[in-house]
Design a protein around this ligand. Structure first.
Ligand code: EPU
Length: 417
């Protein structure tokens, strides 16, 4: 199994280009199921999760052409096989995003239940409840969600909790429903706005995306369109944290400061100097960062997908920080790996108390999920000596060309098999 070796202690300096957002690209790819015309998507990141989603769509009958590495065209004339099989779904939970569009377009969907994953149980009850409210008949058989509906009906849906893919699934399904759907307690993440923009350019009538009430007026059919995926705000935040932790200076292109204001606010609290323009962010740090407390919550609050990276930063910061995870019940697994690098962390319930030390020590560590792997990369970059990270396939799910991007910034990082 491939591993990463990082020789730490070097400041990251230079320029990097941020890729398209994984969590925006995945739902937009699924939106191609809603029309028989071609959907042209630009700025698609080359990631393991994107390849898995393309394979899932292809085996259902979607015609796919990848024009250059970041442009994809999808045409869904016929859907021969509206099934997402277990073998593919087990590697990527986002496959649940196929449920809403498949049902709306073909009247049937059969999606393997995603099951639990390392960071938590992650049920999909809100997706199912919402589609049932729209008239779908849903049963769980042999580990599959089987949904049928002749014609989905618009309705008012109040979600029990804020769910990102839940909101996206229902929004996609509602585009072709009869009548108007109102989603209340909807997620407000920028990826929801990106998906709504794509759907509206395909002829959907969605208003309110980015607020907690989204209104979708159903239409008879959607047509082809062109869409450019938004920049990845989590990749952006990860590079910014790496810049601050290594006390370097990084200029990030093709991103936007408006996508991650809570993260930028926390970086400023560490003492970092941040400058930004419409589509770039510059971070500079020339001293030991101050430790910062944080608590994850739905957008626009601090994102759970940035919690692990800030943990590495706090490990070497001046002071003691409290990091509380409120979204997923088991997303502190990187703590035990950081402790192998000599970090001083205690966990009480869903809170980690991180006492900053001068420097981490390189060690053999294991990535447990995507963002935990990013946290270990940052820890490796600031540690004394070599860090060897195992199970690096987690990183490949969400970071495009990360070794090349970090090497260009002066990191000593190498993949070995
Ligand atoms: N939840 C339920 N029932 C549901 C849906 C969600 O109980 O029907 C719970 C979850 O178990 C969790 C909370 O609600 O405790 C929020 O989960 P959400 O549904 O918002 O998460 P998600 O849509 O499955 C997306 C991202 C995640 C990101 C979360 C939170 C995609 C493809 N995935 O997941 O991204 O952490 O939102 O922002 O958009 C990652 O990129 O590393 C990643 C895990």
């Amino acid at each position: 199994m491939p591993k990463l070796i990082i020789h730490g202690g070097l400041p990251l300096c230079g320029e990097a280009r941020i890729s398209g957002a994984k969590n925006a690209a995945l739902p937009v790819l699924c939106a191609a199921l809603l029309t028989s015309d071609t959907l042209h998507i630009k700025n698609v990141p080359q990631l393991q999760d994107v390849s898995t989603m393309l394979s899932l769509l292809e085996q259902m009958g979607v015609k796919i052409s990848v024009n250059n590495s970041s442009q994809v065209e999808l045409t869904t004339l016929n859907l021969a096989n509206p099934v997402a099989p277990y073998e593919m779904v087990k590697t990527m939970r986002a496959a649940i995003l196929l449920l809403g569009p498949l049902l709306a377009r073909t009247g049937e969907a059969n999606i393997s239940l995603p099951g639990g994953c390392a960071i938590g149980l992650r049920p999909v009850d809100q997706h199912i409840k919402g589609l049932q409210a729209m008239g779908a008949e849903i049963s769980i058989k042999h580990g599959y969600i089987h949904a049928v509906a002749n014609q989905l009906q618009g309705t008012r849906i109040v979600m029990d909790m804020v769910t990102v893919t839940g909101t996206e699934n229902l929004m996609m399904a509602a585009t072709l429903a009869k009548g108007t759907t109102i989603l209340e307690n909807a997620a407000r993440e920028p990826e929801i706005i990106d998906l709504a923009n794509c759907l509206n350019s395909m002829g959907a009538k969605i208003s309110g995306a980015g607020n907690d009430i989204i209104t979708i007026e159903g239409v008879k059919s959607l047509h082809g369109a062109q869409h450019t995926v938004m920049p990845d705000r989590i990749e952006t935040g990860t590079f910014l944290v790496a810049g601050v932790a290594t006390r370097g200076e990084i200029h990030l292109k093709n991103t936007s400061p408006y996508l991650l204001e809570s993260v930028l606010g926390k970086l400023i609290e560490t003492g970092a100097n941040i400058e930004s323009g419409e589509n770039w962010i510059n971070v500079k740090m020339n001293r030991r960062p101050k430790s910062i407390n944080l608590r994850t919550a739905p957008y626009p609050a601090f994102p759970t997908d940035m919690q692990a990276q800030f943990m590495s930063l706090n490990c070497v910061a001046d002071g003691t920080a409290m990091i509380t995870e409120t979204i997923f019940e088991n997303r502190l697994m990187h703590v035990q790996e950081l402790k192998r690098m000599n970090a001083d962390i205690e966990v009480e319930g869903h809170t980690a108390i991180v006492r900053g030390i001068e420097q981490l020590d390189g060690a053999n560590v294991m990535a447990t999920d995507l963002r935990a792997s990013a946290c270990l990369v940052i820890a490796g970059l600031i540690a004394r000596g070599d860090t060897v990270i195992d199970r690096i396939y987690h990183l490949d799910r969400g970071y495009e060309c990360i070794e090349d991007k970090l090497s260009n910034l002066g990191a000593k990082i190498m993949r070995i098999n």
